[in-house]
Design a protein around this ligand. Structure first.
Ligand code: BGC
Length: 741
C-alpha cells in the first residue's frame, strides 16, 4: 500500500492553516479561446468539433495531460477539464495523495465538511444537496471544472479504510445522498464523478483484488446508488474502481461500463478511470472507458516510482501513441475512439465549459458556506446513549467540565487520503465546548493518552493520572477518542475495530473517577465499545465533523442544538458479528462476497444477531410518538402506487427532529428476501406537542427484487408489510397490502 506510506509523516488537520494564495492553482492563464457556437444544440456542436479533429487529436483526448487535467486542444479551442478531489470539500489537486497531503505543498484552503458517513447520518437530502452546491461554487471559484465525488461505495465491513467517505451500508440511503450531492454539483455547472464503479469496498490489495459478487447482490446492494445517479440525477461523470469484479478490472469490463451503465441505465456522460486503474489499451477502450487519469509527465514520474509499481497501479495505456497503434492494428475501431471523444465533449458542452469557462477568482469559505458546514456537523453527530438524561448539560448547574483525550484539543476534520481537505480554520471540541459552556463554567483540558504516531510530550502514566485527577474534580468529564487521518485512511484498512492503543483504558479510568462521563468518538466507522459502554453515561458519535465539528459538539452537549442524527450503519458489538466477517479480506488476491445481499442490517436480521446499535438508531433530547398508520388500499395492481401514512407527535418539552423510516417486507417471494429493506424516510421537525402527518408513496420499484434467472427486476404478486419506525430495530407501526397482477 505504497501510496499511503508517505503521508504518514505529517499532520495537516491538527492546526489551523495559514492562508497561502497560489496563483498557479487558480485560473489557467494559458487557456486557449474556447470554441463557441452556443446557438447550436449540444449534439451538433459535438459532431461539428469531432468532424474537424484529426485521428491524433481524438486519440489525445483519451488521457490526461497532467495529474488533474485532461488534454486541451488549442487549435480547435477545446479547453482542458480541470479537476479536484472531493467529496468532503475541494481538495488541493497538485499531486498524488502523498504529495497533496504534505503540509507545505501549495495548499488550497477550502471548507471542510463532515465526512460523508456523517452527512448520511443527517438523513437530510436538502443539506447534502446544499453541500454539493457549495462545494461546486468553490470548485468554480478556484478555476476548476470537475469534482471527483461523491463516493457511493457501500460499507461492507467496519474495517474498510474509506468507510468515512461513503454513505453507509444501505443502498437506498446511499442512493438518496448521492443523488442529492450530484444535483447540487451539476446545478452549478460543475462535473461530478460518482465513484468508484463498482464495489470498491476494501483497501486491502485494492489494485489487485478480484471480487466474486453474484448478479443479484450487485444489482441490489452495490449498484443502486450508481443507477440512481444515472437515472435520477443524470450524472455527467462516473469513475471506475481499482478492483476487479468477477475476474475483470473495472476499467475494462464491458458488463459494467457498457451493458449496465450505458445500455441498462442509459448513462450519457463519460467514464473516467480512477488514478492508475488501467491495464490495457484495446480492452479499456472497447469496454467503454473514456478518459484515463492521470496523464503526461506527472503520470510518468509517479508511475516510475517503485512504490506505485509495488501497489499494483496501472497507467499510461491510453496515450496518443498507444491509442493510434491500437486503431492501426485493428484492435480498436476508430468509431470507438470517436465515441469516447463524443461523450467527453458532450459533458463539456452540457456543463458550459466552452461558453462560460471557470476562470476562478471567487471567494472561498464564505460565511454562508461555513454555515452549511456547521449545520451539517450539528446534524451529523449521533447520540447513542444518554443515561439518566445527563445530556444536555445545564450551563447554569454545571460548574466544571473536564475535556480529555487525544481528540479533545485537535480538530480531526476528516479521514486520510484523497478526500482530505485543508480548511482555513478548524474548531476543536475543546474550543467548541468552551464557547457553548459560557464564562460561568470552568472548562479544563488533559490529554490522557497520545494518539499513536503523534507527539507524546508527557510520560504515559503521568498523562493518564493527570486526566483522571481532572475528571475526579470536575462535574462532568467529556472524553474525546477515535482515530486520526493517519490511522483511518484511503490506502489501507483498519487492522481491527478497536480504538487506538490506550483509549479504552483512558475511558475506563475516567469513568471510574467520574460517573458523569460522556464519550465522543471521532471515527469513520463503528469501533469496539463493549469494554466501556456500560460504564459511561453518554456517547455521542461525532464521525469526522469537518471544520465546524467543535461548534457542533458544544451546541449538542449544552442543548443549544438537539441531536437528530441516526446511524447509517449497523454497529456490531464485535467484529465477528459483522456481516462480511469470514468473507473479508480474501486470500490469494481473491475475495468472495459470500454474505450476498445480507449486508448490514439485512444480515443481522437474517442471522438474528443483536447489534450493539442498530441501523437507523439515534437519540434526541425529546421523544416521539407514532400513531395512526394507514395504507391507502388493501391491494395494489402492478403499475399502481400505494400510500403509507401516519402521525408523528413530539411528546417532549423541546423542539426536535425525528427521522421516520419506512421499511418494506416482502412476505411471499420465490427467492429469499431480507426481513426488511429501507424504502423511504422523512426528517420531521416538531415543536413540543406538535403532530404531523408523514406520507410515503411506494411504487413497483420499492417492491421489486433482482431475479438473476430473469436478469431483471421483478415485483411478485403477494403480501407486503410496511414497517414504520424510529430505527431498523424499533418498528412502531405495521400495515399490509397485497400486490396483484
Ligand atoms: C482515489 C480516488 C481519487 C483519485 C484522485 C484515487 O487514489 O481512489 O477516489 O479521486 O485518487 O486523487
Amino acid at each position: 500500500m505504497a501510496r499511503t506510506v508517505l503521508f504518514l509523516a505529517f499532520c495537516s488537520v491538527c492546526v489551523p492553516f495559514a492562508e497561502i494564495a497560489s496563483s498557479a492553482q487558480t485560473a489557467d492563464a494559458a487557456s486557449p479561446p474556447a470554441y463557441k457556437h452556443p446557438q447550436l444544440p449540444v449534439d451538433q456542436r459535438v459532431e461539428d468539433l469531432l468532424g474537424r479533429m484529426t485521428p491524433a487529436e481524438k486519440a489525445r483526448m483519451l488521457a490526461g495531460s497532467g495529474w488533474m487535467e485532461s488534454f486541451p486542444n488549442e487549435r480547435l479551442g477545446i479547453p482542458a477539464i480541470k479537476m479536484a478531489d472531493g467529496p468532503m470539500g475541494v481538495r488541493n489537486w497538485a499531486g498524488s495523495s502523498a504529495v497533496t497531503n504534505a503540509a507545505a505543498t501549495s495548499p488550497v484552503l477550502t471548507t471542510a465538511f463532515p465526512a460523508s458517513i456523517g452527512m448520511a447520518s443527517s438523513w437530510d437530502v436538502d443539506l447534502v444537496q446544499a453541500q454539493g452546491r457549495v462545494i461546486a461554487q468553490q470548485v468554480k471559484a478556484l478555476g476548476r471544472d470537475m469534482i471527483l465525488a461523491p463516493t457511493v461505495n457501500i460499507q461492507r465491513t467496519p474495517l474498510w479504510g474509506r468507510n468515512f467517505e461513503g454513505y453507509g451500508e444501505d443502498p437506498y440511503l446511499t442512493a438518496r445522498m448521492g443523488v442529492a450531492y450530484i444535483r447540487g454539483v451539476q446545478g452549478e455547472g460543475v462535473i461530478p464523478s460518482v465513484k468508484h464503479f463498482a464495489a470498491n469496498n476494501e483497501e486491502f490489495e485494492r489494485h489487485r483484488i478480484d471480487e466474486t459478487i453474484d448478479l443479484r447482490t450487485l444489482h441490489e446492494i452495490y449498484f443502486p446508488a450508481f443507477r440512481a445517479a444515472v437515472e435520477e440525477a443524470g450524472v455527467w461523470g462516473v469513475m471506475n474502481a481499482y478492483n476487479k469484479v468477477n475476474g475483470q478490472y473495472c476499467a475494462e469490463d464491458p458488463f459494467l461500463l457498457t451493458e449496465t451503465l450505458r445500455k441498462r441505465w442509459g448513462f450519457k456522460g463519460f467514464v473516467i478511470s480512477d488514478w492508475g486503474s488501467t491495464y490495457s489499451t484495446a480492452g479499456t477502450i472497447n469496454a467503454g472507458m473514456d478518459l484515463e487519469m492521470p496523464g503526461g509527465e506527472p503520470m510518468r514520474n509517479w508511475f516510475a516510482r517503485p512504490a506505485t509499481q509495488e501497489a499494483g497501479n496501472g497507467a499510461g495505456w491510453l496515450t496518443e501513441e498507444k491509442v493510434l497503434a491500437a486503431v492501426a492494428a485493428g484492435e480498436v475501431r476508430q468509431s470507438a475512439v470517436d465515441d469516447n471523444v463524443r461523450r467527453i465533449l458532450r459533458v463539456m458542452f452540457t456543463a458550459g465549459l466552452f461558453d462560460a469557462p471557470h476562470v476562478g477568482g471567487g471567494e472561498v469559505d464564505t460565511p454562508e458556506q461555513r454555515a452549511v458546514a456547521r449545520t451539517a456537523a450539528t446534524e451529523s453527530m449521533v447520540l447513542l446513549k444518554n443515561e439518566g438524561g445527563l445530556l444536555p448539560l445545564d450551563g447554569r448547574k454545571t460548574r466544571s467540565v473536564a475535556v480529555i483525550g487525544p481528540g479533545a484539543a485537535v480538530a480531526r476534520t476528516g479521514g486520510g487520503g484523497s478526500s482530505l481537505v485543508r480548511p482555513k480554520y478548524a474548531v476543536t471540541p475543546l474550543d467548541g465546548i468552551k464557547e457553548a459552556a459560557g464564562a460561568q463554567v470552568q472548562v479544563s483540558y488533559a490529554l490522557g493518552v497520545a494518539m499513536p504516531g503523534e507527539d507524546a510530550t508527557m510520560d504515559a502514566r503521568a498523562a493518564l493520572d493527570e486526566a483522571v485527577a481532572l475528571a475526579a474534580r470536575s462535574d462532568v468529564a467529556v472524553v474525546v477518542v477515535g482515530y486520526s487521518f493517519k490511522l483511518e485512511s484511503e490506502g489501507f484498512d483498519r487492522p481491527s475495530m478497536d480504538l487506538p492503543a490506550g483509549q479504552d483504558g483512558l475511558i475506563q479510568a475516567v469513568a471510574a473517577a467520574n460517573k458523569n462521563t460522556v464519550v465522543l468518538v471521532a471515527a469513520g466507522a463503528p469501533v469496539t465499545m463493549t469494554r466501556w459502554i456500560h460504564d459511561v453515561s453518554a456517547v455521542l458519535y461525532a464521525w469526522y465533523g469537518g471544520q465546524e465539528a467543535g461548534h457542533a459538539v458544544g451546541d449538542l452537549l449544552f442543548g443549544i442544538a438537539v441531536p437528530s442524527a441516526k446511524l447509517p450503519v449497523t454497529f456490531p458489538a464485535r467484529i465477528e458479528d459483522s456481516t462480511a466477517y469470514g468473507h473479508y479480506p480474501g486470500e490469494n488476491l481473491h475475495v468472495a462476497y459470500g454474505e450476498g445481499i445480507y449486508v448490514g442490517y439485512r444480515g443481522f436480521d437474517k442471522r438474528k444477531v443483536e447489534p450493539l446499535f442498530p441501523f437507523g438508531f439515534g437519540l434526541s433530547y425529546t421523544t416521539f410518538e407514532y400513531s395512526g398508520l394507514k395504507v391507502s388500499k388493501p391491494t395494489v395492481k402492478k403499475g399502481e402506487t400505494v400510500e403509507v401514512s401516519l402521525q408523528v407527535r413530539n411528546r417532549g418539552t423541546r423542539a426536535g427532529v425525528e427521522v421516520v423510516q419506512l421499511y418494506l417486507r416482502d412476505a411471499e417471494a420465490s427467492l429469499d428476501r431480507p426481513e426488511k429493506e429501507l424504502k423511504g424516510f422523512r426528517r420531521v421537525k416538531l415543536q413540543p406537542g406538535q403532530t404531523e402527518t408523514v406520507a410515503f408513496t411506494l411504487d413497483k420499484s420499492a417492491m421489486s427484487f433482482f431475479d438473476p434467472g430473469k436478469k431483471d427486476w421483478v415485483a411478485e404478486p403477494g403480501a407486503f408489510e410496511a414497517l414504520v419506525g424510529a430505527s431498523s430495530r424499533d418498528i412502531r407501526l405495521r400495515g399490509t397490502f397485497g400486490l396483484v397482477e
